[in-house]
Design a binder for this molecule. Structure first.
Ligand code: FES
Length: 138
């Protein structure tokens, strides 16, 4: 079941503009495209760039980093059919814009104490600075 969370007032985001909003600890890119709202995960599934800073052409978000494209309606990527960004439903009711998320999305596991690794178990993993084979990329 979806929970619709209030993110802004209708009219706060003019047509052609985007905003990055946080809903239950996740960043969502909200677009007003030709007067209709669309919401997708702000994190580009390619390499994590903020899709909310991208531009839109013909109903397609263009990622600001490598210009991969994602459909506003489906989240699908025409360059790579295996890649898709999460699309969230948006409702506007009584002048309020709400984004729908799964009821348990963003909830953290609840326990008596925070999970913490005891100091005795902590160890340092060296950071790989250069590839062993210089022709190889990380
Ligand atoms: S990070 Fe978005 S296309 Fe590469």
């Amino acid at each position: 079941m979806k929970l619709y969370i209030k993110v802004m007032k209708d009219g706060d985001l003019p047509p052609g503009k985007s905003a990055i909003v946080t809903v239950r600890d996740q960043e969502i890119a909200l677009f007003n495209y030709k007067g209709k709202y669309f919401a997708v995960s702000n994190k580009c599934p390619h390499k994590g760039a903020p899709l909310g800073e991208g531009r839109i052409e013909e109903g397609v978000i263009i990622c600001p980093n490598h210009e991969w494209r994602f459909s506003l309606e489906t989240g699908g990527c025409p360059q790579n059919p295996e890649l898709k960004t999460t699309v969230f439903p948006v409702r506007v009711h009584k002048g309020v814009v709400r984004i729908g998320i799964d009821e348990d999305e963003g909830k953290k596991a609840v326990g008596k104490e925070k999970n913490a690794v005891p100091d005795a178990l902590k160890f340092k993993i060296p950071t790989i600075q250069k590839p062993i084979n210089p022709d190889e990329t990380l």
